[in-house]
Design a protein around this ligand. Sequence first.
Ligand code: NDP
Length: 451
Amino acid sequence: MAVSDHVDFNGFMEGVKRRNPYQPEFVQAVQEVAEDIFPFLDSNEEYHSQQILRRIAEPDRVVSFRVCWEDDNGNVRVQRGWRVQNNNAIGPYKGGLRFHPSVTESVLKFLAFEQTFKNALTGLPMGGGKGGSNFNPKGKSVREIQRFCQSFMTELYRHIGADVDVPAGDIGVGGREIGFMFGQYKRITGQFTGVLTGKGLEYGGSLIRPEATGYGAVYFLANMLATKDQDLVGKTAVISGSGNVATHAAEKIVQLGGKVLTLSDSGGFIHDPDGLTQEKIDWVKTHKTHRRGRIEEYVEAFPGASFTAGKTPWGVPCDVALPCATQNELLGEDAKALIANGVKAVSEGANMPTDLDGVHAFRGAKILFAPGKAANAGGVAVSGLEMSQNSERRSWKEEELQQMLKDIMAGIHKSCETYGRQGDGYIDYVKGANIGGFKKVADAMLAFGVV
Ligand code: NDP
């Protein structure tokens, strides 16, 4: 009997929903993976009988804790912190920390689940985890952020370790926050180990880590275009977000000869018909990251551009699109607008930025569509290389790391091609990434037996 006869996809998803009430993002992420894994189980009975997908979709553990801190006015503030350790079949848990008011257990569980497959795709020995807090760093003083980070680490430190779980940055957590947390970890434990990545270069960080996610998403895009004998020269690009991933994606597109038309933030998007130059991108980096400003102020600095409040940029015609802000920011109708305007390729810099309707629309129209777990894996890949450098007590040169990043992104593209190429030649990157990531984790889990 074919597995699909007795494995009921709807029954599986009903169970996921029942066990995870009020966790829509987590359910969405599991469904996107399960849609590809169920047909694959037909010819891989052992994965089914050993309940591998069911086990990956149940985190190893979810740690939730109280984080108290005092604001500058002496008020006691109480936040919730989490660490989701999803799966460590192929290496220590690895994944970022997010500080944003929208953070919930559901969001972190979806991110840790996705991270498990992404990390497997890099080919490096890293399991999947994610953590963070509903703390909002916006409008907080540096001292408040420092106090929060120290309080957060005072609980987190007992759950992490260089061979146990190695967190990094994500939305709201950059080099400064990693520095505060690393300092507190070192103070509590008295140990200088590679327990966090995204560190400053002076204390064990890796070159190109800040650039790696955005650059990697563009390398992946270039790999996809190359399958159609195309490159980025002269191509127009629409990018959302204006943080770490978006600005570095924009930078690499410009370096490779493309024209970046948009960036955005939670207030709306800017459209610059002349295209962003390196000077304009540097302005955005300083303005958004260091000064915590708003993207709408771009139009005052560069008057040729316009700002549209409260909207995403997907209606602007373009050749390539890179959603680089947050989850569910590109909906079914946005995907249809992009397709109608002739988009050729979409590379997800953010995690799950396209909702299920949007994913179905891109796949249905056979657009080159790279899911985040493949396209944005460059960041965690260089984090993995930071772990190796810390273990070896050495630092690799920038050219070496750039080459390793390119090779890793090409390797992920190859995996997607292997598992995602369809009969008509179309490469279904979503399917390829899901099966490629699943297979590696699943084979390790089979080796361990039922644990
Ligand atoms: P940053 O905090 O540097 O930037 C986030 C950007 O997204 C900001 O422009 C922010 O706008 C915007 N944004 C956040 N939430 C919303 C929202 N609800 N609606 C509209 N815009 C929003 O984060 P990163 O660039 O590091 O991360 C962006 C995405 O990439 C996330 O999905 C993250 O998980 C993913 N990612 C990041 C990696 C990394 O190495 N940093 C690695 C892999 C994935 P505003 O300033 O107004 O808040």
